[in-house]
Write a protein that binds this ligand. Structure first.
Ligand code: PEP
Length: 248
């Protein structure tokens, strides 16, 4: 089954997030093969969206979490509180949180904490254009995966998603070739296998829109897509969900 993760970033308010979540549930009515769907609204919308999603097949994700369990961390949100408001998964290591100072070591700590709290994790990795042009993409991602996942021991209850998101592709309208995506995905799966982290879903993210999604979703090395911009409008989000449903 293919996965669609909708990262709503800081694009929607509470009412808009609720309306979009309701729209997705309406759009799924009567659909034969519903793909695996996760939506990640902004923090203040999580509780209201969780009430809308209820026991539906659409899962709720947060966009980050703090490294620590609890304490004097003004402006931060803990894994425990995310669970309390009905969150099931969390995005970690997104380039936009990395740009605010999140390191691979932080992502490692957050993965460990999130799993201990029973959250699924969506870990983003990806190279800059300079790294790609230097021919160092696979080495760079290898180092990211090593730092983040060494010593992590998920159980069967946990789902681990790794989103390959080249930094230069996020929000830029540029996408890598499917051959490049495929070779990075294959390397990620092999490395995680060696670390004894099995059954990982590897997704592609970066400027995915309905017009280019077929090529990614149709490839056997791509378990799904993580979508930003095209996921905040019901029309394009449902087009992506329909495509994933057909290809699942
Ligand atoms: C993202 O936010 O992870 C992302 C891939 O954004 P976009 O689809 O807008 O490039």
């Amino acid at each position: 089954m293919k996965t669609i993760i909708a990262n709503w970033k800081m694009e929607l308010g509470v009412r808009e997030s609720v309306a979009l979540a309701r729209g997705v549930l309406r759009g799924l009515r009567g659909m034969q093969d519903v793909p695996n769907i996760l939506v990640a609204p902004t923090f203040p919308a999580l509780f209201e969206v969780s009430k809308v999603l209820g026991r539906s097949r659409v899962q709720l994700a947060a966009q980050t979490v703090h490294t620590e369990e609890q304490g004097a961390y003004t402006g931060s949100v803990s894994a425990k509180v995310l669970k309390e408001v009905g969150v099931q998964a969390v995005i970690l290591g997104h380039s936009e949180t990395r740009a605010m100072g999140e390191t691979d070591e932080d992502v490692h700590q957050k993965v460990d904490l999130a799993l201990r709290h029973g959250l699924h994790v969506i870990v983003a990795v990806g190279e800059s254009m300079a790294t790609r042009e230097a021919g160092e993409t696979e080495g760079f991602i290898h180092d990211q995966i090593k730092t983040i996942f060494t010593g992590i021991h998920p159980t069967k209850r946990h789902t681990i998603y790794v989103a390959y998101e080249p930094l230069w592709a996020i929000g830029s309208g540029k996408v890598p070739s499917i051959q490049d995506v495929s070779s990075v995905h294959t390397a990620i799966k092999q490395q995680l296998d060696e670390l004894d982290i099995l059954d990982v879903s590897v997704l592609y993210g970066g400027s995915v829109i309905p017009e280019n999604a077929y090529e990614f979703l149709n490839h056997s090395s791509v378990d799904g897509v993580l979508v930003g911009g095209a996921s905040v409008r019901i029309k394009s989000l449902m087009e992506l969900i329909h495509l994933a449903s057909e290809l699942s």
